[in-house]
Design a protein around this ligand. Structure first.
Ligand SMILES: Cc1cc2nc3c(=O)[nH]c(=O)nc-3n(C[C@H](O)[C@H](O)[C@H](O)COP(=O)(O)OP(=O)(O)OC[C@H]3O[C@@H](n4cnc5c(N)ncnc54)[C@H](O)[C@@H]3O)c2cc1C
Length: 380
């Protein structure tokens, strides 16, 4: 028996480390368990929006300057470019810069914050079994952890999610595939100084070329059920950028929740958050902010539930419904409008949209405006 805790947190990505920092900071006895040894890799473009840096500051007390000083934010650019295939739709400037992190450093930084707050960290412990009703898990080394509550923050392949009853068909139907190739800056045929998005190559997805310190991060992501020739599309794109033999490069793939978020991620004594519950924005695939925010909501709901001797479900669902679900629902609608219109209107629909309101659209991605009718957005 490895011990009894107030809260067991499965997975020490941004969701889990956020939840652990909050709960441990409030004095609860927390076990944060991850199968990996940290620092560890996580496939990701590393783009941080304004709303993500705001919530980082709120929870971890580290603003943009602090994140830069510590080398966590390693690149930023207010400029961005949108392209329809090889046609440049718009080079624009956002009022707030797009910022980039390397997930090896970022996730380790958050894990250390959780440890400093008092969470007990168990890395190299793979969770193999879960009794979600009793908030109990068993790891590959036969250690058993029992909590009053369990947070499933173990990402897209979540073992915790697989132990609860959920709609597996919906989950599979709205799953995206991604591939990334990361280049040393010197090996990429041209300078990349701003995030670039390429649409029109795929029916339901896009290609990205992101700047980073000393690197260029390229990737492709698309809804699996709408996509054929996924890898070939990516290879052809890279060839069009001047990469001679992209097939020979080191590439990695990973699934991304893409519109399959759970409307009720509460199961008895277990709450799911972040990728484990599919809580990712369904147009651009932004997940870091939703990981931080839903990890926070899950933790604060459990803290309140324990203190008031009530179920945390209501508190968690209320905040998801008020702040998170509207964004996910409306970005889902917007993506289908864009994806359906692109074969008909080609680049013109996008050109009209981005030409008329480049700053407002950037504000929407940053979370200053909502995906719901571009209204000003207030986060709590
Ligand atoms: C190619 C790609 C590019 C992306 N680019 C961006 C981007 O630029 N910006 C953005 O905001 N989002 C991006 N995302 C999404 C973002 O990476 C995720 O939404 C985010 O990592 C979710 O955080 P999480 O903590 O929920 O899950 P994760 O970061 O996946 O962490 C889950 C943790 O759980 C652990 N775990 C899993 N199973 C077990 C187990 N059985 N036992 C113990 N531990 C376990 C894992 O080791 C891991 O540490 C991208 C995703 C992909 C795939």
């Amino acid at each position: 028996m490895s011990g009894k805790f107030d809260v067991i947190i499965a997975g020490a990505g941004p969701t889990g480390s956020t939840a652990a920092t909050i709960l441990a900071g409030k004095g609860f006895k927390v076990a944060l368990i991850d199968k990996a040894e940290f620092p560890r890799k996580k496939l990701c473009g590393g783009l941080l929006t304004y709303k993500a840096t705001e919530v980082l500051n709120k929870i971890f007390g580290c603003d943009v300057d602090c994140l830069k000083k510590q080398g966590i934010i390693n690149f930023e650019s207010p400029e961005y470019s949108i392209n329809y295939r090889d046609y440049n739709i718009r080079d624009a400037e956002s009022s707030i810069p797009f910022r980039f992190v390397d997930r090896i450093d970022f996730d380790y930084f958050l894990l250390q914050k959780a440890a400093n707050a008092g969470a007990q960290i168990f890395t190299g412990e793979e969770i193999k079994e879960c009794n979600y009703q009793d908030a109990e898990i068993k790891t590959a080394s036969n250690r058993i952890f029992k909590g009053k509550y369990l947070i499933g923050a173990d990402g897209v392949h979540s073992t915790i999610r697989r132990s609860v009853p959920y709609d597996k068909k919906k989950w599979r139907d709205d799953m995206a595939a991604t591939i990334e190739i990361i280049f040393d800056k010197k090996d990429f045929p041209r300078e990349v100084a701003k995030p670039e998005l390429y649409i029109g190559h795929l029916r339901a997805g896009y290609i990205w070329v992101f700047p980073a310190k000393g690197k260029v991060v390229t990737g492709i992501g698309a809804l699996t059920r709408c996509t054929t020739d996924f890898k070939k599309t990516y290879m052809d794109f890279l060839r069009s950028q001047g990469i001679a033999n992209p097939e020979s490069m080191h590439m990695q793939g990973y699934p991304l929740p893409y519109g399959n978020f759970m409307e009720n991620p509460c199961f008895g004594r277990t709450l799911l958050a972040g990728d484990a519950a599919g809580l990712v924005e369904p147009l651009f695939g932004e997940g870091i902010f939703y990981a931080l925010q839903t990890g926070r909501y899950a933790a604060e709901s459990i803290a309140r539930g324990i203190t008031e001797n009530k179920s945390p479900d209501k508190f968690y669902l209320e905040r998801l419904e008020k702040y998170v679900f509207p964004e996910l629902r409306y970005s889902n609608r917007l993506r289908w409008t864009l994806f359906y219109s692109q074969p008909l209107l080609k680049h013109m629909s996008f050109k009209m949209m981005f030409k008329s309101m480049p700053r407002i659209l950037a504000d929407m991605v940053h979370g200053v405006r909502s995906y719901k009718f571009l209204l000003k957005k207030e986060w709590d």
